[in-house]
Write a protein that binds this ligand. Structure first.
Ligand code: ADP
Ligand code: ZN
Length: 607
């Protein structure tokens, strides 16, 4: 039975507290289910609107909602943002003094709080469990629930212990949320958190406003610079690199070229890291250069691009990282440069890792899926969504849709490559094998008398870059492997045999020279650079200045005050009174009360 009254109350909270006119996607069903005491497992892409799924039920149910989150550094901002809309929120973590924690605990016991954010290791302490027992609990929200997965990249051992919640508080509803969508993770969350009976809500994982591009790596850094200056001058963005060293170097390089870049990785001291994260959140156009240590829980809505200078280990990771772009729903870019070295490096990392064989196999399968995405001749988004079990059609907003790659029958070319590797007894690396194919008279060739091989010069018509692309794809397809214990010698795999025998045809992506001008028109179709008229633009600019000031005064990120989208709507509506302002999406009662007068006055001044 649908509870009409419950739904109406939920909608009322959505409108008056959060200022949004309607629920998105499955939010309403989820809220409804949890308000009535049901357990839920929510899979929603980054930016989909997970927070409201537990915030609204916490407000509607008796007692305090406990939000378990591993993201200590972000708790302050989350609590500040809630205070801005008039929700009584607090957090408990190791950054607090004893007195502060005591004060929060007292408020929890006496029912003066709506939401409390707690780090998982804190939650499991006897003191905290006792506190929970003594308080009235509305619900448990387990955010970033994929941290429970031992196969995943964000594994946190403390998460496994969270099953205690179910045992200790069987009647309190639990809602687990994640943006990681694959079946394995989902099953693991359900199992480990004892949520096998919970209702599962799986949203569409499509992020239509993100444009996916994967380019052939030539000089990665230079390509990155061209990409940023060409398409994202002055925008906030994130650049992911594999190593700490590369993070540092890339940040320096970007700064030298006039880009406001900051480094972030786990090797930096905590204060600096926090400072950089704070600046990224608060300032408008910082480019964060980071390892994957950065980003979980970052809900800055106006990140305009996410760039990868190295190949991610899995599609899950890639999708989560790129998902940090464009959470406000307006156009954003996910850009990656990818080359032969990436394939070799990632395969080696798996090979050399300490993990057991099963784990290595899982890593290998994940990497293969990632490589297939890079090499695909079809729509990238289709590949991504199909990976998450969601059928899709060509999207029209990825590089392969916009400029379909040319494929060619590469059977003979690949046979040449495989023979060349075979003729040198699988004892030489990429550079040497490619030299042989191209008939280059290098010292090394002479030294080994390889100019006498039948394969010498049989591929002279192709450039070195083309051969590297062919080799890369052959490695990605599993025809060739690299022996890291033997100077990176190229080896043939069992899969190479049918190709050499001519029993299997191979289709490859035609190599395209990376060109600066090759950039595809920056803005997706249907995107209007500015949908504001001249005078509306003036109001909008004025509002932005006002927001900068106000954010500084309140010491919160600008978007906590109002999103760009809300300010754009205000500029269009030109409210003459508080009543006019009330209808604008993103303006709830508390914000109306706090900022309404200011805004109406500011607009009156300009009219
Ligand atoms: P997630 O946690 O799933 O990544 P958030 O909960 O941070 O996403 O929500 C993403 C953005 O969408 C936030 O800025 C939020 O205010 C906004 N949002 C969420 N639900 C709605 C809604 N029903 N209407 C308008 N905006 C919404
Ligand atoms: Zn596409």
């Amino acid at each position: 039975m649908h509870n009409q009254v419950g739904s109406a109350r939920a909608l009322d909270v959505l409108q008056t507290v959060f200022g949004y006119p309607s629920f998105r996607g499955q939010q309403e069903e989820i809220v409804d289910h949890v308000v009535r005491g049901g357990d839920a497992l929510v899979l929603m892409p980054t930016g989909g609107g997970k927070s409201l799924c537990y915030q609204i039920p916490a407000l509607l149910r008796d007692g305090v909602g406990i939000v378990v989150s591993p993201l200590i550094a972000l708790m302050q901002d989350q609590v500040d943002a809630l205070a801005e809309v008039g929700v009584r929120a607090a957090f408990l973590n190791s950054t607090q003094t004893f007195d502060e924690a005591n004060r929060i605990e007292r408020k929890m016991r006496s029912g003066e709080l709506d939401l409390v954010y707690v780090a998982p290791e804190r939650l499991m302490t006897p003191r905290c469990l006792e506190l929970l027992q003594a308080s009235r609990i509305a619900l448990f929200a387990i955010d970033e629930a994929h941290c429970v997965s031992q196969w995943g990249h964000d594994f946190r051992p403390e998460y496994i212990k969270l099953s205690v919640l179910h045992e200790r508080f069987p009647s309190v509803p639990r809602i687990a949320l994640t943006a990681t969508a694959d079946h394995q993770t989902r099953a693991e969350i359900a199992l480990r958190l004892q949520l096998t009976d919970a209702l599962q809500f799986v949203s569409s994982f499509d992020r239509p406003n993100i444009r996916y591009q994967i380019v052939e790596k030539d000089n990665g850094r230079k390509q990155l610079l061209d990409f940023i200056t060409g398409e994202h001058a002055g925008d906030a963005g994130i650049v992911y690199c594999l190593s700490r060293k590369k993070v540092e170097e890339t940040a320096v390089f970007l700064n030298e070229h006039g880009i406001n870049a900051l480094p972030y990785h786990a090797g930096m001291d905590y204060p600096t890291r926090t400072k950089h994260q704070g600046r990224f959140l608060r300032e408008e156009s910082i480019v964060m250069v980071a390892t994957i240590a950065f980003g979980m829980g970052i809900d800055k809505p106006d990140v305009r691009f996410v760039a990868h200078l190295d190949l991610p280990k899995s599609i899950e990771g890639y999708y989560q990282e790129t998902g940090r772009a464009g959470r406000d729903g307006t156009p954003a870019n996910a850009w990656m440069a990818y080359g032969l070295q990436d394939v070799v490096q990632q395969r080696r990392m798996i090979d050399e890792s300490e993990a057991d064989e099963t784990f290595k196999r899982v890593l290998g399968v994940k990497l293969d899926a990632m490589l297939a995405l890079c090499e695909t001749l079809h729509c990238r988004r289709m590949r991504l969504l199909e990976y998450f079990g969601q059928p899709a059609t060509p999207c029209g907003n990825c590089d392969t849709c916009l400029r379909p790659p040319v494929s060619f029958d590469a059977t003979v070319v690949v046979q040449k490559l495989l023979s060349a590797i075979y003729r040198v007894e699988q004892r030489f690396g990429a550079v040497h094998v490619i030299d042989i194919l191209r008939g280059v008279d290098s010292e090394r060739i002479k030294q080994w008398r390889h100019e006498q091989l039948s394969t010498f010069g049989i591929g002279a018509e192709r450039s070195e870059a083309e051969w590297r692309a062919i080799l890369r794809q052959s490695i990605a397809l599993g025809l060739v492997s690299v022996d890291y214990d033997a100077y990176n010698a190229l080896k043939l795999t069992d899969e190479a045999r049918p190709v050499l025998r001519g029993e299997q045809k191979i289709q490859l992506r035609q190599y395209e020279k990376p060109l600066k001008q090759r950039r595809i028109s920056a803005k997706p179709k249907g995107y209007v650079e500015s949908d504001l008229s001249m005078d509306e633009q003036v109001i909008f600019d004025k509002l932005r200045w006002w927001r900068v000031e106000t954010a500084r005064k309140h010491n919160v990120p600008a978007y906590v005050i109002f999103h760009d989208a809300t300010m754009r709507e205000i500029a269009k509506a030109k409210p003459g009174s508080l009543g006019d302002l009330r209808g604008v999406s993103g303006v709830g009662e508390k914000k109306l009360e706090t900022y309404g007068e200011d805004i109406v006055a500011l607009i009156a001044e300009l009219m």
